[in-house]
Write a protein that binds this ligand. Structure first.
Ligand SMILES: Cc1ncc(COP(=O)(O)O)c(C=O)c1O
Length: 397
């Protein structure tokens, strides 16, 4: 009987059994079609079509010429930490000590570090659905329990202080994770709503993690909504941010956290062992990216035009219940007029029109089959061609 302990091949750990990104199936199909020579328009990936700003590219080139790139402090080089702290002064008029800035290998590494430093196995952490799927997947892999709370138009598609209070009363939470603007919805919280969340977390003794990766990409001229950082209301929150979106630097894998004093050393200890340090080259380029604002604002102006095109075309094409696009570069819309299986729908659209879109399943396991996400981070002509093709395909325009 004891032999059964030793029989058979070792298996993958249960913790590895997280959901795959279903959107990757669409991406794989799109790539296969493109290799066959088909003309594919991709509206399925959440990354800018534009390259990093020239200032960043130039800084990286000269760092490469200098030759040696090495490990840095786990929290990043001092000029990086100082420059990010200055950014808070410039952008939000908040004085911040560079000591509280922690460089990360993209915001994705920031989640790992924040979760490991703030939560223990079995802790419950509230997140919104629809929401970015990596939150729940990383939590599950770390044996943290994601508590998925449904949001809808009644709560402006964001968690509210009342929902947090209610979830905590039914079974205690240890933390809350929010994103504003959010992926896939593009919706933003009003500053008052954000303040209430910060306050309820303080009252209940919960960690608040604020994913601010889409800051910089908000359409205040059209929506009247301005972005706000959770740091405005407390020094005890964990801010996660990145150069991937506004700064057009997905492939550089560089981001940052603003960390409360009490978590600095715990995060540093974990980061030393998990990553040693973020890439030095990317830190150098990122510092210079802050000087590329002029170029980045032009990229953003392109998104604003794409956003207008989308908001005009999608209802005419039969998509309904489009969430308010306050920020980011996504339109999230219902496909109830076409199907109740958005995965099959996305595959069919790709096969029949060559336009790749993202099914909602990744973002919302319950209502996702009724939703589709369109990314408009590409060129205006891509968006125009996609709209044209979808119009011809659906017979609606
Ligand atoms: C809301 C949100 N947070 C975090 C990330 C991860 O970004 P990165 O690891 O490139 O910084 C993404 C990527 O799409 C995202 O949409």
């Amino acid at each position: 009987m004891a032999a059964s302990f030793h029989s058979g091949k070792p298996k993958a750990a249960i913790r590895s059994n997280v959901e795959p990104f279903h959107a990757m199936d669409i991406l794989a199909m799109a790539n296969a079609f493109a290799q066959e020579g088909r003309d594919i328009i991709s509206l399925c990936v959440g990354q800018p079509g534009a390259p990093a700003p020239d200032t960043a590219l130039e800084a990286a080139r000269s760092a490469l010429q200098g030759g040696r790139l090495g490990y840095t402090d786990a929290a990043g080089i001092q000029p990086f930490r100082r420059r990010v702290a200055e950014h808070y002064n410039e952008q939000y008029a908040i004085e911040l000590s560079p000591e509280r800035v922690f460089a990360t290998t993209g915001s994705s590494a920031g989640f790992n570090l924040a979760f490991l430093a703030a939560f223990d196995a079995g802790d419950r952490v509230a997140i919104a659905t629809p929401g970015y799927p990596a939150y729940r997947n990383i939590m599950r892999a770390l044996a943290i329990e994601p508590v998925e709370i449904e949001t809808d138009e009644k709560t402006r598609w964001a968690l509210t202080a009342d929902q947090i209070r209610e979830a905590h009363a039914s079974s205690p939470l240890k933390g809350v994770l929010i994103a504003s603007p959010a992926n896939p919805s593009g919706t933003m919280m009003k500053p008052e709503a954000l303040k209430e969340i910060v306050e309820i977390c303080e009252e209940l003794g919960l960690w608040l993690i604020s994913d601010e990766i889409y800051h910089g990409l908000t359409y205040g001229d059209a929506t009247g909504l301005e972005e706000e950082t959770a740091l405005r209301y407390s020094d005890h929150v964990i801010i996660i941010n990145s150069f991937s979106k506004y700064y057009c630097m997905t492939g550089w894998r560089i981001g940052w956290m603003i960390v409360p004093q009490i978590l600095l050393r715990p995060i540093e200890r974990i980061a030393q062992s998990m990553y040693i340090s973020p890439p030095e080259l990317s830190q150098i380029a990122a510092i210079a990216a802050f000087d590329g604002k002029q170029q980045l604002q032009q990229v953003k102006a392109g998104y604003a035009e794409n956003r207008t095109l989308m908001l005009d075309a999608l209802p005419k094409l039969g998509f309904t219940n489009i969430l308010p696009i306050d920020g980011a570069f996504y339109a999230y819309a219902s496909v109830e007029n076409f199907t109740d299986d958005s995965m099959e729908f996305a595959k069919r659209v790709l096969r029949e029109t060559g336009v790749a879109i993202t099914p909602g399943l990744d973002f919302d396991p319950v209502r996702g089959p009724n939703y589709i996400r369109f990314s408009f981070a590409g060129t205006k002509s891509d968006i125009e061609i996609a709209i044209e093709r979808l119009g011809n395909w659906s017979g609606l325009k």
